[in-house]
Design a protein around this ligand. Structure first.
Ligand code: SF4
Length: 405
């Protein structure tokens, strides 16, 4: 059997900061195996750049996102470019699909059948889910694209995450989520919530510091619960005085001399303790805080299985502003969740008017296969009405933001 050794690779990343951090780790792994990064960007449009990159590399990794259908559709669209390259060149790179689309069909919380994904992506050669990143060398060897000696030399502990921005780096501190908000694919796509150890996180930060990074974004689906046991995680509540491991971790990173700025994302309102609020007073903690509220109405929040009420959120914001009056706040909001009435929607308008968020990501609800919302609640707010609510909420938010400035 002919074993060929690919030399150039490219990673196309979709989705959130957790995926950006994972792609940095994947790059570090591939470069430790002798691959070189390649990207052809001087093309008239994105599709041509994709085709040229596919023609140039030996290994093409797609780090996928499942949060929105649009993201998944873009991934399916890559197949056309792969087939085009195969036709024109007579060959194509080895294609690896990673990320949440794979996690959704292979993890223990499978959302739908793996075969369904395989049928839609016959041009993919290897699938790895988010918990298998460090198995990539072995899987490449099993697929005959990597020699055994390279895999034997591979040392996961020696991997340096590779990240583009000159000063800023994304560091995953936990993976997965156990919260099961009813609209969300993450608990399925990324599996159980697992915290990395403090030693691992600090070692990665120290590696990155040596490579000139000084600004760090700590990523996780709910960073607040980093390091907590399953039972503690569900007991800790906003407004409580419980000490949290995450607040301690922030203090430790803050004490590193070379670290100049620390961000964290995602944070949720349900377990933002006073201990964590205290850390916002630390000088190197970013002045921007993102806390996803999703809706301004308690019945909708309940249906979303969010563990906070709107009153919790208002009092949390008040405490945060007391700790750091100049802080800028960002959030995520969904309009048109199943059953959302006009009155309930108006509560969300009220919320943005009151809080005057500096940043708001406003999404129109779209059912994601296999989630509780998709299974149990009919998607009964018409598309036209979702668009209207999206427009109204965006206008109300922008107006409130301008008043704030
Ligand atoms: S906290 Fe909720 S919205 Fe965030 S990742 Fe977990 S399930 Fe999804």
């Amino acid at each position: 059997m002919n074993i060929y050794i690919p030399r150039k690779y490219h990673i196309k990343t979709f989705g959130c900061q957790a995926n950006i951090a994972d792609s940095g780790t994947l790059s570090g792994i591939l470069e430790s195996l002798g691959y070189e990064y390649s990207s052809v960007e001087d093309a008239e449009n994105e599709n041509l750049a994709l085709i040229r990159t596919l023609s140039d590399v030996d290994l093409f990794v797609i780090n996928t996102c499942s949060v929105r259908q649009k993201s998944e559709d873009k991934v399916y669209g890559i197949g056309k470019a792969v087939n085009h390259v195969q036709k024109e060149k007579g060959s194509r790179p080895f294609i690896v699909m990673a990320g949440c689309m794979v996690g959704s069909v292979t993890g223990e919380r499978q959302r739908y059948e793996f075969d369904e994904l395989r049928k839609k992506t016959p041009w993919v050669d290897l699938y790895i889910n988010p918990s298998q990143i460090f198995d990539l060398p072995l899987k490449l060897q099993e697929s005959h694209v990597l020699d055994e000696w390279a895999v034997q030399k591979f040392d996961p502990a020696g991997i340096n995450s590779k990240q583009e921005d000159s000063r800023r780096a994304f560091v995953n501190i936990s993976y997965g989520c156990d919260n099961f908000c009813t609209f969300c694919v993450v608990p399925y796509a990324r599996g159980r919530e697992v915290s990395r150890t403090e030693a691992d996180i600090l070692a990665e930060i120290n590696h990155l510091v040596k490579r000139g990074k000084s600004e760090f974004t700590l990523c996780g689906q709910n960073v607040n619960s980093w390091g907590l046991s399953m039972s503690d995680k569900f007991e800790i509540r906003t407004g409580s005085d419980d000490k949290t491991p995450f607040a301690d971790l922030l203090r430790k990173i803050h004490s590193l001399e070379e670290v100049e700025k620390i961000d964290f994302i995602s944070s949720n309102p349900f377990d933002f303790t006073s201990d964590l609020i205290e850390t916002l007073k630390l000088q190197k903690i970013s002045n921007y805080l993102h806390i996803a509220v999703q809706s301004g109405n308690n019945d909708v929040l309940k249906k979303m299985n969010r563990r906070h009420s709107i009153e919790d959120f208002y009092s949390l914001v008040e405490s945060i502003k007391q700790a750091r009056p100049e802080i800028e706040l960002g959030t995520d909001l969904i309009v048109g969740f199943p059953g959302e009435t006009e009155e309930q929607f108006l509560d969300t308008i009220e919320l943005v008017k009151k809080i005057k968020f500096n940043v708001a990501f406003i999404a129109m609800y779209s059912p994601r296969k296999g989630t509780p919302a998709q299974k149990f609640y009919p998607d009964d707010v018409p598309a036209k009405e979702k668009k209207r609510r999206h427009k109204l909420l965006t206008e109300a938010w922008k107006k409130s933001k301008d008043e704030n400035n």
